[in-house]
Design a protein around this ligand. Structure first.
Ligand code: BES
Ligand code: ZN
Ligand code: ZN
Length: 532
């Protein structure tokens, strides 16, 4: 049954086609809506924009002083250029202290710029050379700039009426020219631009999926999205199993979670294989043996009402976000065909809706996961770990990867522990944790490790089953991870509890507008590209 008609739901529409060019012309000779001038922090403003006359430059100096502009990081000041010139506005963008500047700063800077220029409906802008000459590594610098433009201008418009969509589109920047003194850096910048676009499109898909209401992003819709990412030329295959096939596999635990909903559970298995058919470097069997196999697992509870342990009103409102882990896995898969990392990657999720219908599973029920482990359900609201149990068991027993990582909006406790900007990281593999720490510093997505304190394993012991699904309020993030650990069968594994940063209630960074954030897509892409 369709309740709400929205075109293109399985292939959401927030992606903006922004064009990037490298500009080696003298800035004075280009026409643009906004010239963006980077300014290092300084005590006395002495800016000279070569593209403008000396009279205008003197006026600008006075005005910037009046506005107390100092060029500190994040500061922005827009000025109209009155008269007939080719440049209509100048935006002064503070870059902070030169010695503290890092390429990653470009992400937030570009996001701030895009908001400023969109607010005056600018269509095209030119970035001056102060900005490009600050870049330390050309590829990464260009990548972060592009991520800032793309992610900072994100808006979720699928559910606005057409006239409003058109209005929002009018505000959108479509052309960014990056100035260069000479063309030497151009090739690297171009590659960086391309990577930035790939990373952003994956992140934006994840944001769209999280932002789509649960009525329109139920398990069947999640399946359509996964299928749309596979097929000829992508390197990706997608296998979907329904309730009957899940039953044959022994996934009774996930099936139980879905029983209170009108939506049947769906088990989705995506596989990306690198195209290594060329015989240049040894036989394909030799190469395959050295290629790592990684499984990414996402929590995919399309709505978490809590089940019979119904959530209170304010706890339920945003629970369409409870599939954010799987949205990020889908975001990664969107990027893979263009990025082509040399790793075999499996993406798994079990999509369910956790509702309190007449057939719902009950507190006190005992259910068994795919590996035969029995689970006593103490609270039907701790449902994510139950579905992950089946997915982790499938990954470790059937796929047997080198590494596995799960992403899940698993506990409210992680928000109490780490707030809304940091993901809790736990697991058994120091190698994965180390690599994710590096990857997350580059992507600007923060992780913090919490301990798998041995004694706390006592808290999830059950009187009648192999394990129970809650361990009490204290150390709730840790006992949730220790529940998952029961299903990993010695495969090196890391769990990421993304309940905090998967959704932004307010804009805590300019590149992360309110709503779904697509947390982890860019970090995982970094991780996968660097995997040896
Ligand atoms: N989906 C929630 C966790 C959550 C809370 C995600 C807030 C995002 C924001 C999860 O299924 C849940 O309900 N967890 C319970 C576990 C408890 C019953 C042991 C929780 O955190 O309260
Ligand atoms: Zn829950
Ligand atoms: Zn949940």
């Amino acid at each position: 049954m369709t309740y709400f008609i929205c075109e293109n739901l399985s292939c959401p529409v927030s992606y903006i086609d922004m064009k990037y060019t490298i500009n080696t012309e003298e800035i004075g000779s280009c026409a643009c809506d906004v010239l963006v001038v980077g300014v290092w922090k300084t005590d006395s403003i002495n800016i000279n924009v070569p593209a403008l006359s000396s009279t205008l430059n003197s006026a600008i100096k006075v005005e910037l002083k009046r506005r107390s502009f100092t060029g500190k990081d994040g500061e922005m000041s827009m000025m109209p250029v009155l008269g007939e010139g080719k440049i209509k506005h100048v935006l002064f963008a503070g870059m902070g202290e030169k010695k503290k500047f890092q390429d990653t700063h470009l992400r937030s800077m570009a996001a701030r710029i895009v908001k400023q220029v969109n607010s005056i409906k600018a269509k095209n802008i030119v970035l001056d050379q102060t900005i490009t000459s600050a870049i330390k590594k050309s590829i990464e610098g260009a990548q972060y700039l592009v991520e800032g433009f793309e992610l900072g201008s994100y808006g979720f418009t699928s559910f606005r009426k057409q006239t409003q969509k058109n209005e929002e589109k009018k505000k959108t920047l479509t052309e960014v020219a990056i100035s260069l003194k000479d063309g030497k850096q151009a090739k690297e910048l171009e590659r960086g631009i391309e990577i930035g676009q790939i990373y952003s499109s994956g992140t934006i898909l994840a944001r769209d999926l999280v932002n789509t209401p649960a009525m329109s992003m139920h398990p069947g819709e999640m399946v359509k999205v996964a299928e749309s990412l596979s097929g000829r030329g992508t390197g990706i295959t997608c296998k979907v199993r329904g309730r009957e096939e899940m039953e044959k596999l022994g996934m009774h635990a996930s099936i139980a979670v879905a029983m209170g909903s009108i939506h049947e559970p769906k088990f989705v298995h995506l596989v990306y294989k690198p195209n290594n058919q060329s015989r240049k470097h040894g036989t394909s069997n030799e190469r395959r043996a050295t290629i790592k196999k990684v499984v990414l697992i996402g929590k995919a509870v399309t709505f978490d009402a809590g089940g019979l342990n119904l959530k209170p009103e304010n706890g339920m409102t945003d629970m369409k976000i409870d599939m954010a882990g799987s949205a990020s896995v889908l975001g990664v898969f969107k990027a893979l065909p263009d990025l082509k990392p040399n790793v075999e990657i499996h993406g798994l999720f079990i999509a369910v809706e956790n509702m309190p219908g007449g057939r719902a599973y009950r507190p006190g029920d005992v259910i068994s996961a795919m590996d035969g482990t029995t689970i006593e359900v103490e609270n039907t609201d701790a449902e994510g770990r139950i579905t992950l149990a089946d997915a982790l068991a499938f990954a470790s027993l059937k796929i047997k990867p080198d590494y596995m990582i799960d992403l899940a909006t698993l506990t409210g406790a992680v928000i109490i522990a780490l707030g809304s900007e940091i993901t809790g990281m736990l697991g058994t593999s120091p190698d994965i944790k180390k690599a994710l720490n590096v990857a997350s510093k580059q992507s600007g997505e923060h992780v913090w490790e919490l301990p798998m304190h041995a004694h706390y394993r006592e808290l999830i012991k059950s009187k009648i089953a192999d394990v129970r699904n809650v361990g009490g309020r204290p150390a709730g993030v840790i006992t949730a991870a220790q529940f998952l650990e029961k299903f990993i069968h010695d495969i090196p594994w890391v769990h990421l509890d993304i309940a905090g940063p998967s959704y932004a209630e307010k804009e805590f960074k300019p590149e992360t507008p309110i709503g779904g954030t697509g947390w982890g897509v860019r970090m995982l892409l970094n991780y996968l590209r660097d995997l040896k």
